[in-house]
Write a protein that binds this ligand. Structure first.
Ligand code: KG4
Ligand code: ZN
Length: 353
């Protein structure tokens, strides 16, 4: 089954085409993130206007990459193109309403024009399914025994808007274990980056600065969030305040060292919660997704613990950590939540619970 997946929840516009939930046939991503740099964060109105501009070119580019057999210049009604696609999927929430509307209405129009079923995908579930995709030519970051994750698994979503732990018993049975009480993991990377004088998005900037530091010094540490709590809730605002106060009291301080210590603390905190959940539920795999899963230090820390505890670890390959249409097409294949084309709507506050 070949599914065309549309992603437009935030500042990326993407169309992916995936066979059988795993084989990426095309995945085109356009981003307006550079346009938000000067504001230090995403401006919803700007993001939505960009979505409008790029959605059709992105769609056509994906169709062209997927159908090289059809004379170049394939468009949505080129004979033969739609025959090769079995369903249209769309991330219909959570996200920014203006951005979401563009993807949802485009998906509905395409499903109607091509007479294909429409499948709705929770964007956060999509991030986890980036780990089911095989992207040709990309370097594997997996500690793997089996090619795709085996159940039961613990899923960790770490994105700009969310931090969630999910027990995945099967494709059909997900249980939300907990999320953040305040900022999301990516959000705190972005906010701390701003305090340190880095542009948006801050995660990659902090990772880069942290690489300048080779080892820890014993008298400099930020407090581990929620010390002593054994539940699966997250909180990052205390850590953020600690960094802000440190910068204020030390005339800025050593930016690379602050970035390094901050990153160490966030990664350790995420690992601690995730591996505690993995142990409690005796899972076979850990599956991580969302923009922050692009962080190499996070992967290294998880890899070390997964190897010690003999758990299979999955991080998205290549560029599949960031928002993309292929992960939406994959999640659609395994979940098949069919929507009525006439009444389907974007849901900005869609969640696990
Ligand atoms: O999943 P995503 O692309 O969009 C949302 O659904 O929110 O995540 C974007 C977030 C941003 O906060 C960005 O700073 C963070 O992911 N991010 C990173 C890295 N790359 C992106 N955080 C830490 N390290 C990175 N290398
Ligand atoms: Zn996302």
């Amino acid at each position: 089954m070949i599914i065309l997946g549309i992603e437009s929840t935030c500042d990326e516009t993407s169309v992916g085409i995936v066979d059988g939930g795993t084989r990426v046939l095309a995945n085109v991503v356009a981003s307006s993130s550079a346009m938000h740099e000067k504001y230090g964060g995403i401006v919803p109105e700007v993001a939505a206007r960009e979505q409008v501009k790029v959605i059709v070119p992105t769609l056509l580019e994906a169709l062209n990459r997927y159908t090289p057999g059809v004379r170049s210049g394939a468009t949505w009604n080129t004979p033969g193109v739609s025959k090769k696609i079995d369903a249209i999927a769309v991330a219909y929430g959570p996200g920014l309403i203006g951005s979401l509307l563009i993807g949802v209405e485009t998906a509905k129009a395409l499903a109607l024009a091509w007479n294909k079923p429409l499948i709705g995908v929770n964007h956060l579930v999509g991030h986890l399914y980036a780990n089911w995709l095989d992207e040709k030519g990309s370097k594997s970051q997996r500690v793997k025994e089996s090619k795709t994750p085996e159940f039961p698994a613990i899923g960790l979503v770490v994105s700009g808007g969310h931090t969630d732990l999910i027990l995945m018993k099967s494709h059909k049975e997900f249980k939300w274990l907990g999320g953040t009480l305040d900022d999301a993991a990516g959000e705190v990377f972005d906010k701390v980056a701003r305090v340190l004088g880095f542009p948006y998005p801050g995660g990659p900037e902090i990772e880069r600065a942290a690489r300048n530091v080779k080892s820890r010094i014993s008298n400099f540490k930020f407090p581990m969030p929620m010390a002593g709590r054994e539940d699966f809730k997250f909180s990052f605002s205390g850590l953020k305040t600690a960094v802000v106060n440190y910068v204020a009291n030390n005339q800025g301080g050593d930016v690379s060292r602050i970035a390094f210590e901050f990153q160490e603390t966030v990664c350790q905190f995420l690992a601690k919660k995730t591996f505690a959940a993995a142990k409690q539920y005796g899972v076979k795999s850990i599956v991580v997704g969302g923009g922050v899963s692009a962080n190499r230090r996070l992967f290294e820390m998880f890899e070390q613990m997964a190897t010690a505890q003999k758990i299979c670890l999955y991080f998205p390959e290549g560029n599949l950590s960031v928002d993309n249409g292929a992960m939406i097409a994959s999640a659609a294949y395994f979940h098949q939540n069919f929507l009525d084309i006439a009444s389907a709507q974007a849901n900005p506050s869609l969640y696990f619970v």
